[in-house]
Design a protein around this ligand. Structure first.
Ligand SMILES: *Cc1c(COP(=O)(O)O)cnc(C)c1O
Length: 382
């Protein structure tokens, strides 16, 4: 058996790197031409594979990459990534040696956090590049930008103190929107707050080489928020909206991931037979049932039991009964072509991923992140 036969013997994810490149090209055109292009690679590149995707982003002209945690940045450097890497997550100070050694730019959202990083690097006579995080309304991390003038002055002075700590080089400043997809007023309010914070800091003699605010939906909807860097996440992987996917979008984005599964068996079962744990589905007719070697441990959510369809020979085949840990049953009675063991079923693709998100009551982000570690990624590239 060759490697590909082994990889595709059960359930696997096909990642089309040409589509990834296509999306970068489409998105580059909508970004303010003076702005840097940052590709977000956190969470194993949204489930698509950290290093393979990062290498592709670097090769097709991304200026920056972002990760959520320092060890992801370390993996990227070890894989040969040379462009700047921003760690977006708040970092435990014990990561400071890795931040230095692997030249990772760290987001800092509080004076205490900056202080502990500074303590380490100053002793080592090294330095760390930081991007100051401003909380304009997401209430997750960052310096909360207050309403009244006295507090603004105070916060600005704190940020100034952070930026002058030994060993810290303040290269950027940024914020993150809480509702770029569905709340124009609040997003406008966040943009205003962020610009105001920048103005206050400028008056204290602090200016930053990089200012950024928008992630995918922010970039698409608020050109005034491009500033000088756009942080592209979900759009890179082919979806214009986290809820509706590409429905109604005129951007030509191409979904990058497909999850496929090789049918284990096709069984004839009589009307009245009940399917899977808990007997939640009873056959209404004599049926042909395909057994698929994919389950919730692969990332097919159990909440999709009796509530989703997979594609077999291009026909939508409903999932019958509960999704198990390693197996799922689908109704193939209505498929025109003969269905047999060894045929390939498509579990997720560009149409099914938004449907899975809708039926599972979640967003596309969560579906693309869901294929688990035991699902091998197969990379397609011309
Ligand atoms: C995840 C993340 C992004 C990318 O978000 P998308 O909505 O997927 O584009 C950008 N910025 C920050 C701070 C993030 O945490």
């Amino acid at each position: 058996m060759n490697e590909l036969q082994v990889t595709t013997s059960r359930t696997w994810a096909e990642i089309n790197l040409d589509e990834l490149e296509h999306n970068v090209k489409v998105l580059r055109k909508i970004l303010n031409p003076d702005a840097k292009f940052l590709a977000v690679c956190k969470a194993n590149a949204y489930g698509h594979g950290l290093t393979d995707c990062a290498k592709k982003f670097q090769a097709c002209g991304a200026d920056w990459l972002a990760v959520a945690a320092v060890p992801e940045g370390v993996k990227l450097r070890e894989a040969g990534i040379t462009i700047p890497i921003l760690c977006l997550g708040q970092t435990n100070p014990d990561m400071a040696p890795l931040i230095c050694e692997y030249d990772i730019t760290q987001a800092v959202g509080s004076l205490e956090n900056g202080q502990t990083l500074s303590n380490f690097v100053a002793v080592q006579k090294k330095s760390i590049k930081i991007h100051v995080k401003i909380d304009t309304g997401m209430s997750r991390t960052g310096f909360y930008w207050p309403e009244n003038n006295k507090d603004k002055e105070q916060t600005a002075l704190e940020i100034k103190k952070l930026c002058s700590l030994p060993g810290l080089e303040a290269e950027g400043i940024f914020t993150h929107f809480a509702a770029a997809d569905d709340d124009e007023n609040f997003t406008a309010f966040q943009i205003k707050k962020f610009l105001e914070a920048n103005e206050y800091l400028k008056n204290l003699g602090l200016s930053f080489k990089l200012k950024h605010a928008a992630a995918s939906e922010g970039i698409l909807k608020y050109p005034e928020a491009h500033l000088n860097m756009g942080r592209f996440g979900l759009v890179l992987y082919g979806y214009a909206s986290t809820v509706t996917g590409n429905e109604g979008s005129d951007l030509d984005l191409h979904p990058v991931m497909k999850v496929k599964s090789k049918i284990t068996a096709v069984r004839k079962l009589p009307a009245g037979a009940t399917i899977s744990y808990g007997r939640t589905y009873k056959l209404k007719r004599d049926s042909l049932i395909a057994v698929l070697p994919v389950g919730y441990a692969d990332g097919l959510f159990r909440t999709l039991s009796n509530n989703f369809s997979v594609k077999i020979h291009d026909t939508l085949c409903p999932i019958l009964g509960r999704v198990c840990m390693d197996m799922t049953m689908a109704d193939v009675t209505d498929v025109k072509e003969e269905v047999k063991a060894g045929d390939v079923a498509t579990i997720f693709d560009g149409d099914l991923i938004p449907l899975a998100a809708k039926n599972a009551g979640t967003i596309i982000h969560e579906i693309v992140c869901s294929p688990s570690q035991r699902v091998p990624r197969v990379y397609l590239e011309k």
